[in-house]
Design a protein. Structure first.
Length: 474
């Protein structure tokens, strides 16, 4: 398999004081003792590396010992240098990620061929195939026709079936669940990265300073207007059955008063339901529409495929937002940029994604998630296989402070330099704070512990640190 990124070397967690250490066969068995067949071997094509990473961590968290070339050591022994020998003598089952990419890749094909040979020799189903792409029977090789596949288009559903099969087969689980979870978590960050030092944290959530207290229910007198959807950019409303709608205000003056009848005006906090619909769900939808209205009015466009609202080229001078950063200095971030991946340029557009939350407090909050729209250098869409590695390549250079900078930049952009974002500029406006919710925690991240990781990323992503300095105002 192609070795495209630096391998992670993860040691198993150290035992607690007073408890015996969990030994691996390599540590406890005398010389000449046959090795146990206790590993699960992951065979995949690099285009499916995101699923491979996820699957390795999930299986490890459930107590299995997994071999995957993207993890040099995970809960025990290093990835084998002689793969054929490891599959024959040390592997309990080979898990094959079957996709349109892996079918004809030389190394995954060789691994599957060996697994099928072992199945015939031993009279067992040595290979567990996962159907990643929903491949049809006609797309598979003829010698795979008698295999039972686990559908894996939905990862969680597929994982449940895989775990059930491993349990039925009696797959060894030499790692405790607690240790497995710790090992899997350790693959994301270096060890001992937390320190007992208080730290102020800023979230990506914003509180609403003002929400209209009343909802107006109206009914159209002559049927639903043909241009009703065209009113949403200027007037947010929620559709009900029987030609009725709900909004924070009556229709704008462009709609003739004779076209509708006001049915009710209710205080949504106490009303509970309107014609069978929870008032809070109606308010949540209207708040989201108000945010979308503001994004569109500030020049963002909606991608027809994903539905994401993104910054197009030229909407801002030099495609940059100028704002006051986390340290109170004036700085900037790029909303459109170009990168190079394996010698080929690609383009990214920031795509702010707001979610209205009702589960973070007594009232509504808006959570801002930073997403990106990726295209080639000529703004043409990329295939799914091309999107995943480029998304990973781009975000590898963004640490917490870079994500925070983008959150602050977009909030400042929408607020137009003010402390609040006015989302519905009418008689009774919706107002969102432009300052993210913050608080203090008793522990913090030791930035020095991440120095090696930053150096590794800098070596594999030329120029990322220079850009980060300009964007962060450091």
């Amino acid at each position: 398999m192609e070795d495209l990124i630096p391998r992670r070397i993860i040691e198993p967690p150290r035992p607690s004081p007073g408890l015996p250490a969990r030994s691996t066969p390599a540590q406890s068995e005398p010389a000449g003792t046959p090795k146990l067949q206790e590993h699960l071997f992951i065979s995949y094509a690099w285009e499916n590396c995101a699923l491979a990473d996820w699957l390795v961590r999930q299986l490890t968290a459930h107590g299995y010992r997994v071999w995957c070339d993207r993890f040099e050591m995970l809960g025990g022994e290093p990835f084998p240098k002689i793969i054929d020998e490891a599959i024959k003598t040390r592997t309990f089952r080979l898990i094959a990620l079957l996709s349109r990419y892996s079918l004809n890749k030389p190394n995954p094909r060789k691994e599957r061929t060996l697994a099928l040979s072992l199945s015939r020799e031993r009279g067992i189903d040595f290979m567990i195939p996962l159907n990643v792409d929903g491949l049809k029977a006609s797309e598979l090789p003829w010698d795979y026709s008698d295999l039972t596949y686990i559908p894996f288009e939905n990862w969680w559903t597929g994982l449940e079936q895989l775990l059930a099969k491993l349990t039925k087969l009696g797959a060894p689980r030499p790692i405790t669940v607690d240790d497995g979870r710790a090992i899997a978590a350790a693959t994301f960050l270096p060890q001992r990265v937390m320190v007992n030092r208080p730290e102020a944290l800023r979230t990506n959530c914003f509180s609403f300073e003002r929400i209209p207290e009343r909802l107006y229910v109206i009914e159209w007198n002559q049927g639903v207007p043909a241009d009703l959807d065209g009113l949403k950019p200027v007037w947010s409303h929620y559709d009900l059955p029987n030609r009725r709608i709900v909004a924070f205000s009556l229709p704008p003056q462009s709609v003739q008063a004779a076209a509708y009848t006001e049915i009710a005006s209710v205080e949504w906090r106490t009303a509970g339901m309107i014609e069978g619909v929870n008032c809070r769900n109606i308010v949540s939808n209207l708040l989201w529409q108000a945010i979308v209205r503001t994004l569109v009015s500030r020049g963002l466009r909606r991608d027809s495929d994903s539905g994401a609202f993104y910054f197009p080229r030229g909407v801002l001078p030099k495609n940059k937002i100028k704002f006051f950063g986390r340290r109170g200095r004036k700085t900037w971030v790029a909303v459109v940029g170009e990168k190079t991946f394996r010698g080929k340029p690609y383009r990214y557009h920031l795509a702010p994604d707001f979610v209205i939350r009702q589960d973070l407090g007594a009232d509504f909050m808006a959570q801002l998630r930073i997403r990106v729209l990726l295209t080639d250098a000529k703004s043409k869409r990329l295939s799914t296989a091309a999107l995943i590695p480029r998304r990973k390549h781009l975000a590898a250079s963004w640490f917490n402070r870079h994500w925070l900078s983008r959150v602050l930049a977009i909030a400042g952009f929408l607020a137009k330099g003010r402390k609040s974002i006015v989302l519905l500029d009418r008689n009774d406006p919706v107002v969102l704070s432009a300052t993210p919710i913050s608080g203090n925690v008793p522990v913090s991240i030791d930035e020095a512990a991440l120095a090696a990781l930053r150096q590794q990323i800098a070596a594999s992503t030329p120029g990322w640190d220079e850009e980060a300095e300009g964007e962060d105002g450091a």
